[in-house]
Ligand binder design. Structure first.
Ligand code: SF4
Length: 252
């Protein structure tokens, strides 16, 4: 049973049963005049078992763009945004990713091939909260295609998959699991108000020594918080500033 921030509960076993029964039928009249049927499975509601979804995942969107945030800012990357998130940040800018309704379930092989064909060297798996799913098969498929595998996670669920880079962005709305602190490559704390500096240091105190530290203004508060972040990192130089540069560039 999965409980969402709004209190809604979903039994994933019911959803899996629904998935097997839910097909969208596409009629295709071929040039030779015969009618053929193509069946595509679609998610028709919310969440699925992390154990079941290894070779296919609910995906909200996939696109080739430039990484706008954190240590790899400015790097071309193929983004795979899984659908489904149970963290519930009040300032979330992708709330449409919280549920899986209406989003296709896509084989990981297809996702990896799309990433390869884009020409990207880096695949970024984001969400939603991607760690709600078992990502072993996805990272294996991506790496077999020659891509680096990066993930962006709040650390709220056990981390599966094989990663070249782990961006850990803790959220106040759901406590991270302890295991993520030893594995994170990058700690990215979103600064929404002044108290978040102290909160950022609490996470930094637990993080592994090789992890890079970033403070990033929440987009709607960027005007107020960016000057405070600049002053803070000048006084605490182990931190760096991260900006959502993709929003300044008006790209996805
Ligand atoms: S973890 Fe990410 S996707 Fe989920 S609510 Fe927070 S900001 Fe939105």
């Amino acid at each position: 049973m999965v409980e969402f921030p709004n209190g809604e509960r979903e039994d994933y076993r019911t959803e899996v049963a629904a998935l097997t029964m839910s097909f969208r039928v596409f009629l295709n009249l071929r040039s030779h005049g015969l009618l053929s049927l193509h069946f595509y499975p679609f998610m028709n509601s919310n969440i699925q078992s992390p154990d079941i979804l290894q070779t296919q995942l609910p995906v909200m969107e996939q696109f080739y763009t430039v990484q706008g945030e954190g240590a790899f800012t400015g790097t071309p990357a193929y983004f795979i945004r899984t659908a489904g998130c149970d963290v519930g940040c009040v300032w979330c800018d992708v709330k449409e990713s919280w549920h899986t309704s209406g989003y296709p379930v896509i084989p990981v092989e297809e996702l990896a091939e799309n990433a390869r064909q884009s020409g990207a060297r880096v695949a970024v798996v984001t969400g939603g909260e991607p760690t709600m799913y078992n990502l072993d098969a996805l990272t294996e498929a991506l790496q077999q295609k020659g891509l680096r595998t990066h993930i962006e996670t709040s650390g709220a669920h056990p981390l599966t998959g094989n990663w070249h880079w782990i961006c850990f962005s803790p959220k106040k709305f759901r406590k991270p699991l302890p295991e993520i602190y030893a594995r994170a490559s990058e700690l990215k704390v979103i600064v929404f108000n002044k108290s978040d500096f102290k909160w950022a240091e609490e996470h930094a105190a637990e993080i592994n020594p090789d992890c890079r530290l970033f403070l990033q203004p929440e987009w709607s508060k960027a005007e107020q918080m960016t000057p405070l972040i600049v002053e803070y990192i000048k006084e605490h130089p182990r931190w760096s500033v991260s900006l959502q540069t993709h929003k300044y560039m008006n790209i996805p």
